[in-house]
Write a protein that binds this ligand. Structure first.
Ligand SMILES: Cc1cc2nc3c(=O)[nH]c(=O)nc-3n(C[C@H](O)[C@H](O)[C@H](O)COP(=O)(O)OP(=O)(O)OC[C@H]3O[C@@H](n4cnc5c(N)ncnc54)[C@H](O)[C@@H]3O)c2cc1C
Ligand SMILES: O=C1O[C@H](CO)[C@@H](O)[C@@H]1O
Length: 588
């Protein structure tokens, strides 16, 4: 172990605990990984970044973390733009645990290691004439990461991506690997289907596929009045997949629809603006709007006119494989704030939001001033039907008894810069969503949600999720600041867990995004061991939290000690390249 490569030396006890475990099971960790979200909205530096390749290696990590009293975050490919995957403790990534384990062609199911990316899952499925029944905008996510935050596509014939999970296997904080399904540990299964990384490490997924197919998609630009007129009359049922991009300033919308097709594959007609020219000119215009926000309505008109047509009714179409035809270019780094509300409330929500963006605070009944506020468009409008698998995840963001509408207020971060309008836009947007009983997309950049609000919209499902979660992870090995801020009650009602990690420093980076530093209720082993020294038996007593306050002092000292490194060109390079630093111990 070369401590020299890392100012945060591993404590002496680490080597002792490691030696107690089977040396033939590798421990593949690096000391200097820099984690960042896909959008580079958050960066954090785990004490250890571990890339296991077998189930035994994963179990070894959990056992060691438990003995070293460390929190564990499992990261897929970091596409969640919030601080959900930030940690200063131990980070596990399953990119090297990504094999296809079994294909049952008759049942059309495939069992895979949980680190597999959905793109590769679908490629493997295609070899057997199969495909995933639905997809969202991209397929880069790990299958475990995608289901963990209730990832969805846009179809009234499909629910969440996790709806096609037949069974899964999860390594719990006691190191046991448990298989669960609708008939095996059904409670654990319902919690694990949307786990927020808070239950354990999902290691295997059995996925229900369907016959491989192509789709023909057609997109048309229309006045929003036409779209609203069709809302209950076929807009969402004309095809298997339908999604809408809402252009609030032009009061128009792009309707994209697709259904299975046996026609010959056909690319969309060439649009010179649709490639690099459009990408870079839009990016530059968004950058200009950072300084002159009032150009944004013009930018919407120009960019979407060039891309989708200036005249109503302009149509483009193509025939593609479903596994690629459902995907889209999500362009630039972005904040995304997406909520689900009952589909029936869509016209009211979109009309009020559009009017608010046009400056009509009173008429929109959104009590925040829209004065001087300009936002990026489009607003993404998608749908899902209620879970039809018979086993509904406790934290299913779609509604159980009515079709769901997902509204996504995307704000781009041109060249990594935060847009000036985010706080007020999202304040107003979330006010409207909450008024309609909305549920925030777990992965995204919502900012005004706590346990009290989530209890009001998830009712006993949130209680059931937390019951199962606390049973299988009583020390909070898989809990961090994000969970405490959202799904967990305040510390006064539910004491901090022995291994729960707290955010102690969040520092904006000059190059965009934020550095996130956390600390657990106990001090790193270099300092005093609060749980042994003060014999704090019940979890989360005041003292331990006060010590957390002490941890703030400690963390600002830590930040000072790290400041030079965090601002160093070397760290910038690693952030830019997303390098995982040097592999320190390969086989322990
Ligand atoms: C460009 C872009 C497009 C997107 N498109 C869509 C879309 O169309 N629809 C939609 O709904 N969402 C969409 N998302 C959101 C995305 O699907 C979610 O953020 C998803 O969780 C990311 O998957 P990931 O593998 O990157 O997981 P991460 O972001 O790395 O992790 C997400 C959560 O999963 C947990 N996790 C990861 N692996 C495991 C594991 N093996 N065991 C237990 N927990 C685990 C993590 O701890 C964390 O809590 C998009 C995001 C981006 C950046
Ligand atoms: O998070 C997401 O980003 C894209 C929009 O860029 C959207 O489709 C997805 O849910």
């Amino acid at each position: 172990m070369t401590a020299a490569s890392n100012p945060l030396d591993m404590p002496a006890r680490f080597a002792i605990e490691l030696e107690k475990l089977d040396p033939d099971v590798a421990f593949r960790a690096s000391l200097s990984h820099v984690h960042h979200t896909w959008a580079r909205t958050f960066h954090s530096r785990p004490e250890l970044y571990i890339r296991p390749q077998t189930l035994q290696e994963i179990q070894k990590v959990v056992t060691l973390a438990r003995r070293m009293r460390r929190r564990v975050v499992t990261v897929g490919c970091g596409h969640s733009p919030s601080d959900l995957t930030c940690t200063s403790a131990w980070m596990v990534n399953l990119d090297d645990y990504n094999k296809v384990l079994k294909v049952d062609r008759e049942r059309k199911t495939m069992t895979v290691e949980a680190g597999i990316r959905m793109h590769n899952l679908n490629l493997a499925a295609k070899e057997h004439g199969l495909t995933m029944p639905s997809l969202g905008s991209i397929d880069d996510q790990s299958i475990a990461g995608a289901i963990a935050t209730a990832t969805h596509g846009s179809s009234l014939s499909h629910g969440l991506i996790s709806e096609s999970i037949v069974s899964l296997r999860i390594v719990l904080s006691n190191g046991q690997s448990v298989k669960c399904s609708p008939t095996q540990s059904p409670d654990l299964f319902r919690a694990a289907l949307v786990s927020l990384g808070a239950l354990g490490i999902i290691v295997e997924v059995e996925y229900q596929l369907r016959e491989h197919s192509d789709i023909e998609w057609v997109q048309t630009i229309l006045p929003i009045e036409d779209v609203l007129a069709k809302w209950e009359n076929g807009l969402w049922t004309s095809d298997e997949f339908v999604r809408v991009w809402w252009l609030p300033y032009m009061r128009r919308a792009i309707v994209w629809r697709a259904s299975a097709s046996t026609k010959p594959l056909r690319k969309p007609e060439y649009n010179w603006y649709g490639g690099a020219m459009g990408y870079h000119s839009y990016h530059i215009l968004l950058w200009i709007s950072q300084y002159v926000p009032r150009v944004l309505p013009w930018v919407e008109w120009f960019v979407f006119g060039m891309q989708y047509g200036f005249k109503d009714g302009y149509t483009m179409s193509a025939v593609e494989e479903q596994r690629t035809g459902l995907l889209m270019n999500c362009l630039y780094s972005q904040f995304v704030n997406e909520w689900s509300i009952p589909l029936s409330k869509g016209p009211e929500a979109l009309t009020r939001l559009t009017n608010w963006l046009h400056g009509d605070e009173r008429g929109s009944a959104i009590p925040f001033s829209p004065k001087g506020l300009y936002v990026h468009s489009p607003i993404e409008v998608r749908v899902a039907r209620p879970n039809a698998s018979g086993t509904r995840p406790y934290l299913d963001t779609s509604f159980a008894d009515t079709p769901s509408l997902y509204l996504n207020a995307t704000l781009y971060r041109p060249y990594g810069q935060n847009p000036p309008c985010r706080e007020r836009y999202y304040e107003a947007f979330e006010h409207l969503m909450k008024e309609m009983g909305g549920r925030p997309h777990w992965a995204k950049n919502f900012q005004s949600v706590d346990h009290r609000y989530l209890s009001s919209v998830y009712d006993t499902d949130l209680d059931d999720f937390l019951r199962v979660r606390n049973e299988v992870d009583p020390d909070g090995m898989f809990l961090g600041a994000w969970h405490r801020r959202t799904i967990l009650p305040p510390r006064s009602e539910l004491p901090i867990f022995p291994l729960e990690e707290k955010e102690v420093v969040r520092r904006d980076r000059s190059t965009g995004g934020a550095d996130w530093i956390g600390q657990q209720a106990r001090w790193w082993d270099g300092g005093e061991d609060v749980f042994e020294k003060k014999d704090i038996t019940e979890t989360g007593s005041e003292e331990s939290f006060d010590l957390m306050a002490g941890a703030e002092a400690e963390a600002s000292i830590l930040l000072e000690s790290l400041k030079d490194e965090l601002d160093s060109p070397e760290f910038e390079r690693r952030v830019r390249e997303g390098s995982s630093g040097d592999q320190v111990f390969e086989k322990m």
